[in-house]
Ligand binder design. Structure first.
Ligand code: ZN
Length: 413
């Protein structure tokens, strides 16, 4: 059937309206609906799930579960957090969609104050059957090469004091991290200030914040993190959720060498699980999976004791096919991996799909239904249990439990 011109135009307008308004509203429901209502201090677990949790707890050897990668965000009520207005503009459907879905996942209801995000995370955590410590991550603005803040180019902002507040409010579950753009004129002062308050992790997302790891002007910052015993948690791999897609080359895992050469200790975010990157050792080659470059870096520099990788998002629908075989088949490196949830992404249903994992052989038959039940009651527990269950197809090779245990060097006992 061929549509007349006006009808085609109408259909196009309809489609745009659907994408711009209907789809985000609809997809928002995929985000776990405020599971707090169903929680009473203890997440309800049945049969198989209960057995998995017991085994997982045994593997923790009495230590808390570590989660080095949990995001904070907010709309500014009492917190001084903000979101770029374009994230709330339905005429910018993609930005609007991102803003809506992350708010829906992190906040139990639309009009909740910012503190509800923090309480939500802490309550989900305390409802897990074992103790857990989550590094809560603020998010600094984008800065230009002259060190000037660029709020228009930033998707959102979360001040360091908001993470410190979160830690004070829930000291058993939440550990404050910081985010400091190294070209800020007060970057070293701010680093010393938060380090004096106990912060041991500083988060960077190079493509979104405009950070070039090889910039020589970063050397004093690297040196100061080393002196203070602070780790840099640097996002690597393709970033689709935040910032400019054309800046993704800044997230190349091999660029982390510059930070290591500068003396810094680095946690490579997501083990570079997402997308392709240029092999900087031979740029004439076609792009390769970024995770392969991360593993090369670990082989090269892991022995120095200043390099870790966080395993958040390795099971995500757009990452698992490449990231899981690459990481699961290198048990010799698991001692240098550390757990991260990338909260609130585990609560965004479509980002982690179980049936493709089962179909590809990473999950056993029947595990999917059990994990679905856990998701419905506690998406935070679901995410970590899933990572403890996935194995190489046709093999029982899983992540070494050491990945999930607290690490004293990250400020955790
Ligand atoms: Zn993240």
């Amino acid at each position: 059937m061929r549509l007349s011109r006006p009808k085609r135009l109408l259909a196009l307008i309809g489609l745009v309206a659907l994408l711009g308004l209907g789809l985000p509203a609809c997809l928002e429901h995929f985000a776990a609906p405020s599971p707090l209502l169903g929680l009473r201090g203890d997440t309800a677990l049945e049969g198989k799930a209960r057995g998995w949790v017991r085994a997982f707890e045994d593997d923790l050897l009495g230590q808390p579960l570590i989660d080095v990668h949990a995001h904070l965000a907010g709309r500014g009520r009492e917190s001084n957090c903000w979101m770029n207005p374009r994230m709330e503009n339905p005429l910018r459907p993609l930005d609007f969609f991102r803003g809506r879905i992350f708010s829906a996942a992190g906040l139990p209801d639309k009009d909740a104050p910012d503190v509800a995000w923090i309480d939500h995370l802490a309550q989900l955590s305390s409802a897990m059957p074992f103790a857990a410590r989550h590094h809560v991550l603020p998010f600094d603005q984008r800065y230009d090469q002259q060190g000037r803040a660029n709020p228009e180019g930033s998707d959102f902002f979360v001040p360091n004091d908001w993470a410190l507040f979160a830690q004070e409010r829930h000291p058993k579950q939440l550990v404050a991290a910081a985010s400091i753009h190294p070209l800020r004129s007060d970057s070293l002062d701010e680093l010393r200030r938060v380090a004096a308050r106990g912060v041991r992790v500083v988060k960077w997302l190079p493509s979104a914040q405009g950070i070039e790891l090889g910039d020589k002007r970063l050397l004093p910052f690297y040196a100061e993190t080393a002196r203070l015993g602070v780790w840099l948690l640097i996002h690597t791999g393709t970033e689709g959720a935040v910032g400019e897609i054309d800046q993704n080359h800044l997230n190349n895992p091999l660029l982390v060498r510059a930070a290591l050469d500068g003396g810094a200790k680095v946690i490579v975010g997501h083990c570079a699980a997402g997308g392709l990157a240029r092999d900087l050792d031979d740029p004439s080659l076609p792009m390769v999976p970024a995770v392969d470059l991360f593993l090369r870096l670990l082989d090269e520099r892991g022995g120095e004791g200043r390099l870790l990788g966080d395993i958040s998002t390795i099971c995500n629908v757009n990452h698992f096919a490449v990231a899981l075989p690459a990481i699961l088949s290198r048990p010799d490196l698991h001692g240098m991996l550390v757990n991260g949830s990338d909260w609130p992404l585990p609560a965004v249903g479509p980002l982690i799909m179980l049936w493709p994992l089962e179909r590809a052989g990473f999950l056993d038959k029947g595990d999917r239904e059990v994990l679905q039940g856990v998701f419905a009651s506690n998406p935070l527990l679901f995410e970590v249990l899933l990572k403890s269950r996935v194995h190489l197809p046709e093999s029982q090779l899983r992540l070494d439990p050491v990945v999930f245990r607290a690490r004293p060097e990250l400020g955790l006992e």
